[in-house]
Write a protein that binds this ligand. Structure first.
Ligand code: FBP
Length: 554
C-alpha cells in the first residue's frame, strides 16, 4: 500500500537543502586542510594514554577539491540515543556525498541504534528509499537505541560484521555519550588495524554537545522552535484567562540550554537555570521560596497567573539532591538485590535504611520528597548510568512545595492571592518535528561533510559545520578530533573518558542577557508569541537559527 503523505510533507520532500559554498561547488571529494596538534579539554595525560592512536589529531577544514577521483566507499551508519529533528537529512547528506565521491559507493543503515551493529541487522539504502525520508522528522528510517558499545568483545563483533559486508567506514549520529562510544570504537579499530574508519555527527535536542568548534548540535533549533510555539500559546492563554500558573518542564537531560533559548523566544515570568542553582548552591526550599515570592508579588499587582519554565535536569543540580542522586547511583549499581524486592514500599524502605546508616544529609533529602518522586528516583538508569530525568515530575514537585509555602503565608495573612496551577512537560512533542530549514540544511551539510572525512581516510572525527549564524553558503565544513572534547568523569562509580557536556555558562553572553531581563519579564508580561515553524516565506522568518547562537557568536 502506498503511504499517504500530507500536503506539507509533499512540499517538504521537494526542498533542496543548502550546503556550504565549498561543498556545493566541489562536491564531497574534498582535500582536508589540517591544523596543528590538538589536546583534550582536560585530563590530557590520561586521555592521551587511553587513545594513543587518535589523540592529538589536527582540526581539518574543507575548502578545496581533492585531486583525482576517490574510490568507492562502503559505509555503515547508525542513529544513536534520543530522536532529534534532522537525523534523516544527515543520512541523506551522507548518502548523496558518498555517491558524489564515487557512484559505486554504498551505504548500509544498521537498525535500532548501536545494537544493530552487534546483531548485524541492517538495510541498504537506494535512491527510492532515501527519497521517502528527505527533510522529514523522526529516526524511523532505521530506528535508534541507547545500547552502549564499550567492550572489546562488542568492538570485535562490530569489526567482524562490517568486514563481512565489506564496510570500511562507520558514521555514528549521536550525542555526547554516543560519540564517546564512537571515539572508543575509532581507537580500537585503529589499534587493531581493522581498516575501518569511524566518524560522528553531533546530535541532540539538548544543545549540550557544543564547544568552540561545534557551534550547535542538530535538532536544538527545531525542538526549541516547537517548544517556543507551545510556550507562546500558553503565555497567551495565561494572559487571556488570567487564572492559572503554568509550570512547564522542558526536556534537556542536564543542561538548561533549551529553557534559556525558550526564555529568549517567549519571555516567561520565571525560568529556572539549573547551572545557576548549582553554582549558587540554592537549596530546593530556597528555589521554592523564590518562586513563591514572585507569585506573591504578582498577586499584589492583581496578577494571579504566570508561566514558569523548569529544566528537566533541575533535580540533579540542586546540591542536596545531587548528593542524594550520586549516592543512589552508587548504591543501585552495587546492590542488585533491590531488583528482587516487591513493590515501591519495600524498595523505598530498603533505600531509607541504607541511606540513614550512610549519610544523614542525603537521608533527610530523600525523606523530604513525596513518595512519587522517591519512586521515580529509584527507576532504572539508562545504559550510560544516567537518571532518566524525563520521568521525574519536577514541575509537580515544585507546584506542591510552592503551594505549601503560599498556604503558610496565607495563614499568616502574608499572601492574599490565588495559586491555581496547570503542569506541562514538553519534550517528546519536539524531538521528531519536521526539521526547520536551518536543521534541514545543517544536518544535510553534516552528513555530506562526513562523507568527505571518510574519503580523506580520517577517523576519530566529529563532522563540523561552523559560521552557523551566517547564510548556509558561508558555512565552513570540516572535522574536529573527538579526543579533543574528552575528559574523565565518574560513571557507575568509576572514572571514565567521556565527551564533556556543554552546560550553560554563567559568565557567557546568553546567560548574562537573560539575567539582565528576568526581573522585567517576572512582572511586566512582556510575552512573545513566536508561532509555528515556517518552512516557506522570507528568509528572516524561515532560515534564522536560535537566539542562543546569535548571542554567543555576536
Ligand atoms: P540524547 O542525549 O540521546 O540526544 O537524548 C536527549 C533526550 O531527549 C533528553 O532530553 C531526555 O532526557 C532523554 O533523551 C529522554 O530519553 P528517552 O528517549 O530514552 O525517553
Amino acid at each position: 500500500m502506498a503511504k499517504t503523505i500530507s500536503p506539507l510533507q509533499k512540499a517538504r520532500a521537494a526542498y533542496k537543502p543548502k550546503l556550504p559554498k565549498a561543498l556545493a561547488a566541489h562536491g564531497s571529494a574534498m582535500k582536508a586542510a589540517k591544523g596543528g596538534v590538538t589536546e583534550s579539554v582536560a585530563d590530557q595525560k590520561e586521555i592521551k594514554a587511553l587513545f594513543p592512536n587518535t589523540y592529538g589529531l589536527p582540526v581539518v577544514t574543507f575548502e578545496d577539491p581533492a585531486e583525482g577521483k576517490p574510490s568507492a566507499i562502503k559505509a555503515g551508519v547508525i542513529l544513536s540515543g534520543g530522536q532529534a529533528p534532522g537525523g534523516h537529512n544527515v543520512i541523506a547528506g551522507l548518502y548523496d556525498g558518498l555517491k558524489k565521491i564515487n557512484s559505486g559507493s554504498e551505504l548500509f543503515g544498521f537498525l535500532g541504534g548501536p545494537s544493530g551493529l552487534i546483531d548485524n541487522k541492517y538495510v541498504k539504502f537506494d535512491d527510492k528509499f532515501m527519497d521517502e525520508y528527505r527533510n522529514t522528522g523522526g529516526f524511523d528510517i532505521i530506528g535508534s537505541g541507547r545500547t552502549k558499545l564499550e567492550t572489546e568483545e562488542q568492538f570485535d563483533t562490530v569489526i567482524k560484521n562490517c568486514k563481512a559486508l565489506g564496510i570500511t567506514a562507520l558514521v555514528v549520529i549521536g550525542g555526547d555519550d554516543s560519540n564517546t562510544n564512537a571515539c572508543m570504537l575509532a581507537e580500537y579499530c585503529a589499534r587493531k588495524n581493522s581498516g575501518i574508519l569511524v566518524v560522528g555527527c553531533p546530535k541532540t535536542i539538548d544543545g549540550d554537545l557544543k564547544n568552540e568548534w561545534i557551534e550547535a548540535s542538530f535538532g536544538f533549533d527545531t525542538a526549541t522552535k516547537v517548544y517556543g510555539e507551545l510556550i507562546g500559546n500558553i503565555l497567551r492563554d495565561a494572559n487571556s484567562a488570567k487564572k492559572y500558573w503554568h509550570f512547564v518542564k522542558l526536556m534537556g537531560r542536564s543542561a538548561s540550554h533549551i529553557g534559556l533559548e525558550c526564555a529568549f523566544k517567549t519571555h516567561p515570568n520565571i525560568t529556572l537555570i539549573s547551572e545557576e542553582i548549582a553554582a549558587k548552591k540554592t537549596t530546593l526550599l530556597e528555589i521554592v521560596n523564590n518562586i513563591a515570592a514572585i507569585v506573591k508579588k504578582r498577586a499584589e499587582a492583581g496578577k494571579d497567573f504566570g508561566v514558569v519554565l523548569v529544566p528537566e535536569g533541575l533535580i540533579e543540580f540542586v546540591p542536596e539532591m545531587k548528593a542524594l542522586i550520586s549516592h543512589l547511583n552508587d548504591m543501585l549499581s552495587h546492590t542488585p538485590e533491590i531488583d528482587t524486592l516487591d513493590g515501591d514500599d519495600q524498595k523505598i524502605g530498603f533505600i531509607v535504611g541504607r541511606l540513614s546508616s550512610a549519610s544523614a544529609e542525603t537521608s533527610s533529602a530523600f525523606s523530604c520528597l513525596p513518595k512519587s518522586i522517591q519512586r521515580q528516583l529509584l527507576d532504572d538508569r539508562d545504559p550510560h548510568g544516567n537518571v532518566q530525568v524525563s520521568r521525574i515530575d519536577t514541575e509537580k514537585l515544585l507546584i506542591e512545595m510552592v503551594d505549601t509555602v503560599l498556604g503558610e503565608w496565607k495563614a499568616k495573612g502574608e499572601f492574599k492571592g490565588k495559586f491555581t496551577t496547570v503542569s506541562h512537560f514538553f519534550g517528546y512533542e519536539g524531538r521528531c518535528a519536521a526539521p526547520s530549514n536551518f536543521d534541514a540544511d545543517y544536518c544535510y551539510s553534516l552528513g555530506y561533510t562526513a562523507s568527505s572525512l571518510l574519503a580523506d581516510g580520517l577517523t576519530g572525527y566529529l563532522s563540523s559545520i561552523r559560521n552557523l549564524t551566517k547564510p548556509a553558503d558561508q558555512w565552513i565544513a570540516g572535522g574536529i578530533p573527538l579526543t579533543m572534547m574528552m575528559n574523565l568523569e565518574r560513571r557507575h562509580g568509576m572514572d571514565k573518558p567521556v565527551i564533556r557536556k556543554a552546560l550553560v555558562e554563567l559568565d557567557g553572553k546568553p546567560f548574562k542577557e537573560f539575567a539582565a531581563n528576568r526581573d522585567t519579564w517576572a512582572m511586566e508580561d512582556d510575552y512573545q508569541y513566536p508561532g509555528p515553524i515556517q518552512y516557506f516565506g522570507p528568509s528572516e522568518v524561515c532560515d534564522v537559527t536560535t537566539a542562543t547562537i546569535q548571542i554567543e557568536r555576536s
